[in-house]
Design a protein around this ligand. Structure first.
Ligand SMILES: [Zn+2]
Length: 99
């Protein structure tokens, strides 16, 4: 899965797309499993992770930075935070099983 965020182009100053695939430091913030009934539990939480950027592209000036080294050289953000339900699901499955 690819993640992305809008980031300012270092060449023209317009908005470009910063993307990455590798996610580090996944964490779930929230109360976690909450008892909502006699035997019912619901998972309440939001999943966050830090995506390591490896690609930037700008539609305005056609700039493409396609390696970490190029992003670093251009002074781009090298990681950005994303929120994804999948992070929560993964966490929940570990505790709740497949049922
Ligand atoms: Zn640009």
């Amino acid at each position: 899965m690819k993640y992305g965020e809008v980031s300012t182009c270092p060449a023209c100053g317009e908005s470009g797309a910063l993307e990455g695939e590798q996610v580090d430091n996944i964490r779930v913030e929230g109360p976690g499993w909450v008892r909502v009934g006699e035997e019912d539990y619901e998972f309440h939480g939001r999943g966050f992770g830090d995506v390591l950027a490896d690609h930037f592209s700008c539609d305005n000036c056609q700039l493409v930075l396609d390696t970490y080294e190029l992003l670093e050289a251009a002074g781009m953000d090298l990681a950005f935070e994303v929120e994804d339900e999948d992070f929560v699901t993964d966490e929940g499955e570990q505790e709740y099983g497949s049922d």
